[in-house]
Design a protein. Sequence first.
Length: 287
Amino acid sequence: MHELKRVLVVGAGTMGSQIALQTALSGRYEVTIVDTAPGQLERARAQNQKLVDRSVEKGRLTKEKAEQALGRITDSDNLASSAPNADLVIEAVIEDFDAKKSVFESLGRHATNDAILASNSSTIVISRLAGLTGRPERCCNMHFFHPVTVMQLCEIARGPQTDDDTVETAMEFVRGIDRTPVLLQKEIWGFIVNRILFAASEEAMRLLEGGYATAEDIDTAVQKGLNWPMGPFHLLDFSGLDIFYGALNDRRQQGEGGEVPDVLRELVEAKHLGRKTGKGFFDYTTA
């Protein structure tokens, strides 16, 4: 099994910054976050500071360990200079194929041949990216869940050419940062959780469009009847309707699924994307 010491996270958004923080909290690895967007690294640092401060206040983390974890995270705005130092690279940029393609092309040029190159994509299978690196046997999906510092699960998916060492090392890494890995032996669009979640969410939208029940009552039925902590419409609003919309379109382009439900398309076209815009399936402006 490949020994990992240095981890590089590409993308300092919510997912990337929290993957870096959870990795640093383990005390096992030095972590670098790369992002070129103006101000994003500063925002990520501030977000992680708030997360550890809250954990210290609640007694889940000592102040000393919090400071040590943050001290293990280094910022960079240069992927080309950071990639050669990494044993594991986790791409966590936006859920857009072209953006991820650009990252993996750069990793193919600058990462070491032994480095494991992983994508945190929630739907895009690694075989669509691995060939860009010249070492597809070292590539895999490593899909964490939001928020990373709370959610235990990480889906590891191997591509057709991913070797056993890469899989075993990725699984052990996830265990080492106190998360629970599950392995997909064969890649498939959406992996495990999203395939099940998307099926449930699409059915919920069909019930809404058909006038069978309101969004509120559908959510209540799922919460009380299936014991979900959040109903499908509140979950979609929480995650971002644009994310779900983009994923459904990508699935269709890959030859799976039908048309995006009209109710979702109309909300996205109106820029009502859920909690982050104040309105989605529900209105949050008066909350």
